[in-house]
Structure formats: structure tokens, C-alpha cells
Design a protein around this ligand. Structure first.
Ligand code: GLA
Length: 742
């Protein structure tokens, strides 16, 4: 039987307790309301009259004196849509007839599967709260952690689930957080891809039902990235409200964007419940990943600028040299030999490349795959982390010394979590891989995944890396991970507990990275998984940079990099200039050195070409542009990024601009795909400058239009705009300028 009632607004106009203004977190004991303020954002939730934790507000910052009454659960809509379903709970247990995505779903030892979480207590934690919930009858406790960044308003949320009962409980689903949006029309943005084709931005309306973005692969994956942004109906790149979030987890994950039968929009994200089943024994706790969420009023561009700053200031690790600094140092310009030599590395060959790299002005020389074990190709050697004596009869020291003498530091490729069946390690420990006994072990790229969840495997990986770093003067590791999971068995554990691998593997990966950084505080680490297959805010806490894609074609890179920057800062976006044409990723496009350089200069620049074959003229051009890059690198990779013209959807043109935090410098990159029908490059109306300041313009590459002033106000560059020379036309052309405050 249907019962029709009006869905009364949950806010009532009544005189309320005014929040104190001293801190950015406040608890109003009268209304049982928690409020967090930071940057331009307020986030408010409360204990509703039934005892559940209910979201009250997430959006632009409210007035300091604004207040909320105690939350009232949403009413029942019909006999089919209960109040429990309709109420935007902060962390809803699966029980009481919940049909939306639950935050937590468990099976108790006696078969009971009903879980209803009510507020129990809370503490203030400086920048947030820890709020304890408990099941209405059973000793399952959940502590929700909230921490709001006072500058960006980005809120970090996670949960600790604790079994204080005497019997085990199986967790079948656990999210880090659930986020509710106000009623409205929305566009969802999310990133998908594949190997050598990562970072495609998808935009689609939020419609009734659920859009599931996930990885079942054991790691983050190329296929989808744990990030979302939801625009209000009228928002675009530069204007309007955008809610966004990023999940800090490098294992299998899931984000679900739901619009329910009453049009309410909710986002949940955490461990992927597919094949999940974490047995929480008496007294045990499970920590979920952290789900970061934010709100911007200036469009998708504003959302990514907030995330970039937050990543620089709060996520990325510091080395010994940058400990305590607000942001990490800019990345050294690297040379990497992979595309030049692939597995054919040798002392003489690497030294010859190092000489050339030093002549270009490169800061760091990195030797890629092929230096260890019996590694002649991808069929053997992974797991055997000793130096190959045929290729390096004197060990690595002579090469490292030569690299140092040339004024560069030295980096090395490793793939610690993998093993080739053709290796001494696998022959000694065939049981160390993920597998189900008696079943085939599916190889990919001729390799298997070590079960890092096992303590002995974790110890082995940590100890060989520790030894490698202790015995060699290595400044940098490129940490690769070149396949996803199959047969995820862990037969050391009782059958019911084996699915723990989904959590323990990733926790051990983080633990190894963390311990290595502690023992070797000068070492920097690049996070690579066949390109951008494991990029998320979880692993970025332990790695300084990312290899976004094995696709180094400079034109493809424009869209790859464009997509990447929606979620991640250009600081971590490594971008190599490689040979042209090259066929490593089936690309045959021919492009000039300046085009390739400028494409890569939008991120953290590297050179990955066979520079042994570069002509003196090519060397001179590249060297000049590396010098120019070094001069403005902090602005490019740590400044505010404005995506002026998107390269997506076959755009004829594209352009980016970055502005240094103090607005004292700006850098503009412009690219032509292919001029059509005589179109001129559009006037670029710059953004983010100080309108009153004078900025002098200098060309980095290409010419601006003849009438362009040598210096003009920020207002001029933003309102009148910047025009390129009429000759800036053709196929695969690039130009760049810098503006410096006078
Ligand atoms: C992966 C990486 C490449 C390279 C190779 C080496 O594909 O993404 O950059 O290091 O492995 O085998």
C-alpha cells in the first residue's frame, strides 16, 4: 500500500546555537551537529533523531553564524521506500532493508546479516573528528575519521571497523566514505583507459541507477582511475559548482555514483566488494582506505587546481632534502634508456648514452629494464635482483661513477612484486606467487605476481631493495608493475581467510615503500605500472612521480596529459621526449623536436630517445629548451593550471597555461593538431594573473603576433589576450611563451 507524503526539507528555521569561530571544526552539542570548514567549503553532518549519522550539507562555505537543527531522518516515501533508505547516512550498515549501496555489509558467525549503525561517541582531532558508531545490538564498532584541510576544504574520510565480539565477523563490503549531493542535475566526470591509452575523460549525465567505476584487478588499473568529479548542471571548466573525490587505494577498488528512486545522488567508494571477504577475528580492526572529497565553485579547472595543491602539500612524500618544506622539489630532468635500448643494456652502451644525456643538460640518468639476473628479454630474470655479469662485468659502480662524474645522479628500474617462472627465485619458491594449488598459473608478459601479502615475500622484497640501495649510490628507483592478478589464492591461510589478500597485499606494498624511504631518506621513487596502471592517492603518499603512459607519442600525450591533470598534479606527470617516428606503441607519426619537447615540457620533463642518433642541430634545440624549461619548471609543475583549450574530441588546437602561486610568472603552451580551412590559432585569453601587475612576455618557442606588446598588464593579457604569429599554422606545431611580472 502506498503512502504519499511530502519530502519536507530537513532544515527547519529555528533559533540555533551559534558555532564558535576559532577553529575550522565545531560540534554543536544542542543539535548534535558536526561542522567542518576549510577554504571555500563547509561540510556538515549530525546525529539524527533516530541515532544515525546523517549528512546535512556539503558545498560552498556557509556563514560562521549559520547553524543547523538536529537532523531529522528523511520520511518514508511509500511503503517501498523506507526512511532508512531515503536518509543520506554518512555510513549506512546493510540492514533494516537498505537497497542503496551500503557503507558496510557483514555476516556474523551465527548467520545474522543485519547491521544498523548508531552514533556512540566522538572526539575532536584538531582538524576534524573521530566519530564512533556501533551496531544497535552487536559489538561491531566503526570509527569514522574526518579531517578537513583548512586551505582547500578537501576532506579526508576513512573508517576503522572493529570487532569487539568473541566471534569472527566476515566483512563483505566496506567503503571509506559515502558522500551525498544536494538534489539537482549533474554531469559525472571519470577517467578510463587501457595500456598505452590511459586518462580518457568521460562526461555523462548522472541518471537514475548506478555508474560503477572500479578495478577488480588487484591493483588500481589502467581501465579506470579512482577519481570522480560531478558538475552541477550549469558548471563547466571555469565556472560553477563541482564536487570531486579521489580514493587513496592501490588495490581493487570501487566507486559507485548512484541516483536513487527519489533522485538523490550519492557516491560511495572503498574496497571493491567483488570477491571480497575479510574475516575480522575477535578484537581485530580493519582500516579502510582514505576517500578525499572536495568542492570547487570555479568549475572543473578549480577542482583540479585544489586537488593539485592538496597533493603537493599533503600527499606527496618528502625526501631528506625537502623534509618540512611546503611542497616537494621539482623533479630532475631525466634521461631513460628504455626506448633507445630496451633490454640490450651494457656498461659501454649506457655510458655512451650518459655522455650524450649530460651534454643535453639532463639531471638524472636512469637505466631501465635488463640489467639484472638472466634478463635478455621479458621471458626470464624477474625476481633475481643481482647484477647481470655479462652486461656489467664490473658491477654497477663504474657506470654510476661515470654518471656522477658527468654531473647527474643515477636511477634504476625494478619490478619488485613480480617473478618470471624462468628465474632462480621461482625455482626456489614456487609457492610464493598468487595461485590456487592444482590450478594453472596464468602468465602475462611471461610473469607471475608474487604474493606480497605473505610475510616471507614481503621480507624478501624489502631486503633485496634495501641491499640494492645500501650497496649502490642510487638516487632513484623506477618501480614497475607489469601485469594484473590472476588466481588470487593464498593457501597459507585457512580457506575462509584467504580473501584477506586483497587488503594485505596493498598494505604490505605501502609498508615496504614506507620502510625503504625511512631507511634511505634521499631516494626518490617513480610509480609505474606499464605506464599509468597504478596511479592513485594511496601510492602517491610513497612515490615522488608517476609514469602516466607507455605511449610517448607527443600528440597522443596531449590528451593523455590533459586527462591526467583532472586528477593529478603536473609535478608527478613524467613526460619523455622520444624518437620520431617510433613504433614501440604502434605510432608512426613524425613530429619535430620542438613539438615533442613542448608536449613533454607541460609536465616533468624527461628524454627517452636514442640520443646517440640525434643530429647536432637536434641536440642544440633540445638543450636550449631544457635550459628554458629549468627556468620556469616550478611554475609549470607546481603552479595553478588552466586548461585553456582542450585537445579532446579531435580539437584542431589546444593550449594550457600555468600561473605561479604568487602570480609573478606564467607559462603558456599552444599546439596545433592540423590547421583546417585557413583557421588562425584562436586568441588566448589568459587566466589567473594579477590584473594590475605588468607582465613582460618572452617567447620560449615560436613567434607571437607582430603587434603584441613586449609588456602589458595582467588585465591586458586576460581581456585582450595573446595572439600567435599568423605563420603559426600547419600540422603538429607548437609554441610556448612565458610572462614575468616586472
Ligand atoms: C613497462 C614500463 C616501461 C618499461 C618497461 C620495461 O612497460 O612502463 O617504461 O620500463 O616496462 O620492461
Amino acid at each position: 500500500m502506498l503512502k504519499f507524503i511530502s519530502l519536507a526539507p530537513i532544515l527547519l528555521a529555528a533559533p540555533m546555537l551559534v558555532f564558535a569561530q576559532t577553529s575550522n571544526v565545531r560540534f554543536d552539542a544542542g543539535g548534535k551537529v558536526f561542522r567542518l570548514d576549510g577554504g571555500g567549503v563547509s561540510y556538515v553532518f549530525g546525529v539524527n533523531t533516530r541515532g544515525e549519522l546523517q549528512q546535512l550539507y556539503w558545498g560552498g562555505r556557509l556563514g560562521a553564524a549559520d547553524s543547523f537543527p538536529q537532523a531529522k531522518p528523511m520520511p518514508e516515501w511509500a511503503s517501498f521506500d523506507s526512511s532508512y533508505n531515503n536518509t543520506p547516512q554518512e555510513f549506512a550498515g546493510w540492514g533494516a532493508g537498505l537497497f542503496n549501496e551500503p557503507a558496510l555489509k557483514v555476516t556474523f558467525a551465527d548467520g545474522n546479516r543485519d547491521l544498523v549503525l548508531h552514533y556512540e561517541s566522538h572526539v575532536e582531532t584538531g582538524h576534524g573528528f573521530d566519530v564512533v558508531l556501533k551496531d544497535i545490538a552487536r559489538p561491531i564498532f566503526v570509527t569514522l575519521h574526518y579531517e578537513m584541510d583548512a586551505t582547500s576544504g578537501i576532506l579526508a574520510r576513512s573508517a576503522t571497523i572493529e570487532n569487539r565480539g568473541a566471534d569472527s565477523v566476515t566483512i563483505e563490503q566496506a567503503v571509506a566514505a559515502a558522500w551525498a549531493l544536494p538534489a539537482g542535475h549533474y554531469t559525472l566526470n571519470y577517467l578510463t583507459g587501457r595500456w598505452a591509452g590511459e586518462w580518457t575523460l568521460n562526461q555523462e549525465p548522472v541518471l537514475p541507477g548506478a555508474r560503477v567505476i572500479e578495478s577488480r584487478r588487484g591493483s588500481t588499473g589502467h581501465q579506470a582511475n579512482p577519481w570522480f568529479a560531478i558538475q552541477a548542471g550549469d558548471a563547466d571548466e571555469d565556472h560553477g559548482g563541482v564536487w570531486f573525490g579521489a580514493l587513496a587505494w592501490s588495490g581493487s577498488w570501487r566507486i559507485t555514483v548512484e541516483q536513487d528512486q527519489l533522485d538523490a545522488v550519492r557516491v560511495t567508494g572503498g574496497f571493491n566488494p567483488f570477491d571480497f571477504g575479510y574475516v575480522l577475528k575477535a578484537g581485530e580492526k580493519l582500516e579502510t582506505p582514505v576517500f578525499y572529497g572536495g568542492y570547487a565553485q570555479d568549475g572543473l579547472g578549480g577542482a583540479s587546481r585544489l586537488l593539485h595543491r592538496y597533493e603537493l602539500e599533503h600527499i606527496l612524500p618528502r625526501t631528506q632534502a625537502t623534509a618540512g618544506q611546503a611542497v616537494p622539489k621539482v623533479r630532475p630532468v631525466i634521461y631513460n634508456s628504455w626506448e633507445a635500448t630496451e633490454f640490450r643494456v651494457s656498461e659501454a652502451g649506457q655510458m655512451a648514452l650518459a655522455e650524450k644525456a649530460a651534454a643535453l643538460g639532463v639531471d638524472r640518468f636512469v637505466m631501465d629494464d635488463g640489467w639484472f639476473g638472466q634478463r635478455k628479454d621479458d621471458r626470464a630474470g624477474l625476481g633475481d635482483w643481482y647484477v647481470n655479469k655479462e652486461k656489467f662485468p664490473r658491477g654497477l659502480k663504474p657506470l654510476i661513477d661515470r654518471v656522477h662524474a658527468l654531473g647527474m645522479d643515477f636511477g634504476l628500474w625494478v619490478e619488485p612484486e613480480m617473478v618470471n617462472p624462468d628465474s632462480d627465485l621461482y625455482r626456489a619458491h614456487p609457492d610464493w606467487v598468487l595461485h590456487f594449488p592444482g590450478r594453472p598459473e596464468s602468465e602475462q608478459r611471461n610473469q607471475l605476481v608474487l604474493n606480497l601479502a605473505r610475510p616471507d615475500v614481503k621480507d624478501y622484497v624489502l631486503s633485496f631493495l634495501d641491499k640494492l640501495l645500501a650497496e649502490n649510490d642510487i638516487a632513484f628507483l623506477k618501480w614497475d608493475y607489469n601485469r594484473n592478478w590472476s588466481e588470487p589464492g593464498w593457501d597459507q591461510l585457512p580457506p575462509a581467510e584467504q580473501k584477506r589478500v586483497y587488503v594485505a597485499f596493498t598494505e604490505n606494498l605501502y609498508a615496504i615503500l614506507s620502510e625503504l624511504r625511512k631507511r634511505h631518506p634521499k631516494v626518490e621513487i617513480e610509480n609505474c605500472s606499464g605506464g599509468g596502471g597504478r596511479v592513485d592517492l594511496g601510492i602517491l603518499r610513497y612515490t615522488d612521480e608517476v609514469w602516466p603512459s607507455d605511449n610517448t607519442d607527443p600528440f597522443d600525450r596531449l590528451t593523455i596529459q590533459d586527462g591526467f591533470t583532472y586528477a593529478y598534479t603536473p609535478q608527478v606527470m613524467m613526460a619523455w621526449v622520444t624518437d620520431s617516428p617510433h613504433d614501440l606503441e604502434h605510432q608512426v607519426r613524425v613530429t619535430s623536436i620542438p613539438y615533442r619537447m613542448l608536449s613533454s615540457m607541460q609536465g616533468s620533463l624527461g628524454i627517452g630517445a636514442n640520443i646517440a642518433n640525434w643530429t647536432p642541430a637536434e641536440m642544440t634545440t633540445a638543450k636550449r629548451l631544457i635550459v628554458a624549461y629549468h627556468e620556469v619548471q616550478p611554475t609549470i609543475v607546481q603552479g595553478a593550471l588552466y586548461r585553456l583549450i582542450s585537445p579532446r574530441n579531435g580539437s584542431e588546437f589546444s593550449a594550457t597555461q600555468t600561473v605561479r602561486a604568487d602570480k609573478g610568472q606564467s607559462v603558456v603552451f599552444a599546439f596545433i593538431h592540423s590547421t583546417e580551412k585557413g583557421h588562425s590559432f584562436p586568441t588566448l585569453k589568459l587566466k589567473g594573473l594579477d590584473p594590475a601587475a605588468q607582465y613582460a612576455l618572452t617567447s620560449i618557442e615560436g613567434k607571437v603576433s607582430a603587434g603584441t606588446p613586449a609588456a602589458a598588464s595582467g588585465a591586458w593579457w586576460m581581456n585582450h589576450g595573446l595572439d600567435f604569429d599568423n605563420g603559426f599554422r600547419g600540422d603538429f606545431q607548437a609554441a610556448a611563451v612565458r610572462l614575468d611580472r616586472k
